[in-house]
Design a protein around this ligand. Sequence first.
Ligand code: ASP
Length: 304
Amino acid sequence: MRVFDIPAGDTGYALVLHGGAGGRVKEFTAEEQQAYSVGLSAAFNVGQRVLEAGGTALDAVCLTVEQLENNPVFNAGCGAALTAKGEAELDAAVMTGNGSAGAVAVSRHAKNPIFLARKVLEESEHVLLVSPSEALVSSWGLEVVEPSYFVTDSRQRQLEAVQSKQLAGSRHGTVGAVALDKQGNLAAATSTGGMVNQHEGRVGDTPIIGAGTYARDGVVAVSCTGTGEAFLEGAVAHEIYARMRYAGTTLPEAVSATITAELDTRDADGGIIAVGADGRIVVAHNSQDMFAAYCDAGNLVILT
Ligand code: ASP
């Protein structure tokens, strides 16, 4: 397990984002690795501008994730991992530290599933909608796209390689962001196409509040990536919150103890980003690699 523990800076806000933990960087070409770095850094800049200007953590995480969804190298929005039938079924969730959440599973029509999740939070009485209709997406004023918009050649090749057993159940590039704004509010957002070759209708941890995504003001905001089933069974994001809230555990200890207890024991791998109420940041993973971006003492750090 690798744990990066970054002390709070003096800006009054904090932002960390991830681009998945399933990638095997050694299998990437230099260009692919560069594309991940450039994408992470561009998305980080968008979120940072929001927070620097005094904007909300909710805006920062949603706009950061939008950038990553629009970038075909990541497993979210355009370029998402495909189901066994070769289709994109997208999951996304957002939660604010005041306890409000919105999420979508098996989303097919909204260009940006994270904005759809935000609409569920802001415009509906519900927390999770499954397979929201095209009519609902457009009635909320969101951009609608054809299902083919999400499907890239490279994901089709990846699916073929997994189905013909040339590639082990590979996946990488789920995205997420957590932030603390200058007003002290926390927020978390996560978006994914799920696992390559997953059964149609399979829903992972990403849109399940408390599994892949969780935030609570005064404590922590968490976004996860990895083998979704283990994060679901371990209620991983909430487990980190609970260790901090009820056992007084520090952020890095809560994250690493949760990885040990809930992922290692299930032989599952993945990664976690988290920000505490004081702006302390943790990036941790028991997977081989993890993509993430954050600021340490004023310098942008990109993990690939
Ligand atoms: N956690 C996601 C899922 O299971 C996949 C990932 O993060 O790579 O759907």
